[in-house]
Design a protein around this ligand. Structure first.
Ligand code: ADQ
Length: 712
């Protein structure tokens, strides 16, 4: 289990390490979970440990693996990016979010450290279960370190709609970080749909909202809704056992929250004041008991909120209090579980009105504690819990009048109705408790090998149908890795008959022109694809020729061709077994796919200075290093050159370009054509891409060509 916080928080006092129980929804849920499962809990203890100090939780059947953080990391990763950027953004309060590069960098490196600790603690067949918004990049780092491990991720807060999520400058990186998991769980289906929409629109990956499956490179990732529950039996028992005081003289309206602006505490106090205004008969008979546990108190916004609530409580009390009655009792502290149980049990109304909440456990804890006179739950519609807790009185927390109306209704509700509502709520929470949540998530995580069915014509129709309607298609295709699978040696990369047939059918169409854009020499690709009507851009676009195109050779090409012999000789001297040099007309490639993996990097490191010395540019490619003339001309320039030469400067009016490629060098074309056409990146999800969409493999490229050939 990996989460930012451990179930205990330590601080360094005068007498050494002081250990306290952590408070909050995540710990409330995970502590009992890990007690029933055993394992290791990886997390940040809240203070730095000295060498030799270790953390143990007496009697707990799990180990603790503390992750260390410097003060500046706590500031940037935790207060900064997690709580200053992601928390407000994911709760749909973007105006409160700060976007700072340095916070993001710290978030990235701390996530890497959590992943390393998790991997160190995990056995070969363990599941690593990562929790919450502070650790959304950790799945990716775990996957890089131990690709074979099963990884689950659960988000405890809402996943925002696309329109809000896209405001995050690192939105794509976050999605890719999460998609390294096998299973990604959310509280509600609405959050799953938001996530899938973001994956589709921002990564161009195929996501199926019915099955919740996402095609992420060659892997299929499962997503789903796993609404969290509470340890119902424990709350029920505690409520029965909790101490009883004198008979109440007041009706109690209870609020219990971490002190957080998402919880809507000021709005709640306003609503309570509105009740006293509009229904004076409740004065002297009702008390709002608001308990707020201090949270993130070093952050300025939380300090401001505390001040705002202090003042508001003072104002309302000043306005309505009498000699014997104060309308609001406000406790700013954490409360022990036994005391909380008594407060829940005895409250007439629970007023749970967050402005936005992933789930909200307080609503569930209140219901489980109703073991005597049934009380009434008032619940914000903007809490995830509202999706299932239909029998609560649901409110819009921003609508102060509306909340006051429901408060009045709750306070005067007769026992039969209260009883009916609470019984229905209790039944559901008892059945959907924490154990059930755990079991359903774990079962899905172990079983996460679902597969999305292969891409079909209907997919291409929805992505490309309107785009191509009535226009000429200029299709650009890379060769290696796109039309043929990558092979150990370029000579082995032969076109399969089905792919050849699909390509020929495209070429037969009157309204379609096809150009193959390759890093190979032009003559080399032409020999591999001797198809009439096909145009070629070889040498990463430095040479272009084909029907309807005047032959193009970049003017600096001859100069670099002359220097190539010397460079080829120098690189051949460096070659170790498995490495070899491929000569093209003005560039060359040092291949090392067959070199022992441990030696690949040092070979590339030795080759780079040689390439630069000869006046060429060194570029990384798939298991290869390319030496290219520093001409500032790439596959992107080549594609635009073909479009302009073939169709004239106003080409975009009647021609639609589609570009398909798998290589790093195709990224230049994806960039050049962004907004002008639709681009596809083929292959694994191992690196980010600028392409508009992704296709998992060469088979799906064939499906694309077949659809393009048949389209009406
Ligand atoms: P939180 O935002 O922390 O959790 P919530 O689900 O309400 O919100 O959990 C709060 C927990 O803290 C409860 O277990 C409650 O009993 C406890 N608590 C609150 N005030 C307390 C006090 N004064 N003294 C003692 N205990 C107190 C996040 C998400 C939620 C999601 C949970 C679990 O924001 O939406 O429900 O994780 O996934």
């Amino acid at each position: 289990m990996v989460s930012n916080r451990l179930p205990i928080t330590v601080s360094r006092g005068r007498s050494g390490l002081e250990v306290k129980r952590s408070v909050g929804g995540l710990v409330s849920a995970l502590d009992p979970a890990l007690r029933s499962l055993g394992g290791t809990w990886v997390g940040w203890p809240g203070a730095r440990l000295q060498p030799g100090e270790s953390l143990e939780l007496p009697g707990a059947p799990f180990r603790i693996a503390p992750v260390d953080m410097t003060r500046s990391e706590v500031q940037r990763y935790y207060h900064g990016f997690s709580n200053g950027t992601l928390w407000p953004l994911f709760h749909c309060m973007p105006e409160r979010s700060r976007f700072e590069r340095r916070d993001w960098d710290a978030y990235d490196s701390v996530n890497q450290r959590f992943a390393a600790s998790a991997v160190e603690a995990a056995g070969d067949s363990d599941l690593i279960w990562i929790h919450d918004y502070q650790l959304m990049l950790a799945p990716q780092y775990v996957r890089r370190l131990r690709p074979e491990l099963r990884v689950g991720f659960f988000l405890h807060i809402p996943f925002p709609p696309f329109d809000v999520f896209r405001l995050l400058p690192w939105a794509r990186e976050v999605l890719r970080g999460l998609l390294a998991a096998d299973l990604i769980g959310f509280h509600m289906n609405g959050y799953v749909l938001n996530f899938l929409e973001c994956v589709e629109r921002m990564l161009g990956e195929r996501a199926d909202s019915r099955s919740g499956l996402v095609e992420h490179g060659e892997r299929t990732v499962r997503t789903g809704a796993f609404p969290i529950g509470i340890d119902f039996a424990q709350f029920d028992e505690r409520a029965r056992a909790a101490p009883r005081g004198a008979a109440p003289t007041q009706q109690i309206v209870l609020g219990v929250d971490r002190l957080d602006y998402t919880k809507g505490i000021p709005e709640r106090i306003h609503a309570f004041a509105r009740l006293l205004e509009t229904h004076p008969e409740h004065r002297s008979h009702v008390t709002l008991l608001q308990i707020a546990v201090p949270s993130r108190s070093q952050v300025a916004e939380y300090q401001d909120l505390k001040r705002e609530i202090d003042e508001l409580v003072g104002r309302v009390n000043g306005r309505f209090a009498s000699a014997t009655w104060s309308p609001i009792r406000y406790l700013y502290r954490s409360v022990a579980p036994e005391r909380l149980a008594a407060l829940y049990r005895d409250a007439d109304v629970a007023l749970v009105t967050p402005l936005r909440d992933g789930m909200n456990l307080v609503a569930k804890e209140y219901v489980a504690s109703q073991v005597e006179r049934p009380g009434v739950l008032i619940l914000s519609r903007l809490a995830g819990a509202a999706e299932t807790m239909h029998e609560a009185l649901q409110v819009n927390p921003y609508n102060i009048d509306g909340v006051a109306v429901q408060l009045h209704r709750a306070l005067v509700m007769d026992e039969t109705e209260r009883e009916s509502r609470i019984q229905a709520l209790r039944r559901r929470e008892r059945a959907h408790d924490l154990q059930r949540w755990l079991e359903s998530f774990l079962a899905a995580a172990w079983d996460a090998r679902g597969r999305l069915s292969p891409v079909t014509g209907a997919d291409f129709e929805s992505w490309l149908g309107r785009f191509l309607e009535g226009r000429r298609l200029a299709l650009f295709l890379d060769y290696d890795g796109t039309l043929t699978p990558l092979r150990q040696h370029p000579k082995l990369a032969k076109l399969l008959p089905e792919m050849r047939a699909a390509l020929e059918s495209c070429l037969e169409r009157e309204d379609t022109d096809v150009t193959v854009v390759s890093g190979r020499a032009l003559e080399d690709v032409r020999k591999l694809l001797p198809l009439p009507g096909l145009a070629f851009a070889g040498n990463h676009g430095l040479e272009i020729s084909g029907p309807g195109l005047p032959t193009f050779r970049h003017e600096d090409l001859a100069h670099y061709e002359g220097r190539l012999d010397g460079l080829a000789e120098a690189l051949e001297k460096l070659c170790i077994p498995g490495a070899w040099v491929e000569r093209k007309s003005a560039s060359l490639t040092l291949h090392f796919r067959e070199v022992d993996e441990a030696q690949q990097e040092s070979l590339a490191d030795d080759a780079r200075p040689e390439i630069q010395r000869a006046g060429f540019q060194a570029r990384d490619a798939a298991c290869a290093l390319e030496a290219r003339p520093p001409i500032g001309w790439d596959k992107g320039h080549a594609a635009l050159h073909v479009l302009r030469t073939r169709y004239g400067p106003g080409w975009s009016e009647h021609v639609r370009p589609i570009y398909v490629g798998d290589d790093w060098t195709d990224e230049d074309a994806f960039r050049a054509l962004s907004g002008l056409g639709i681009t596809f990146r083929v292959g694994g999800a191992d690196r980010p891409t600028l392409a508009s969409r992704t296709l998992p493999n060469v088979d799906s490229v064939q499906a694309l060509l077949e659809w393009l050939a048949e389209r009406t």
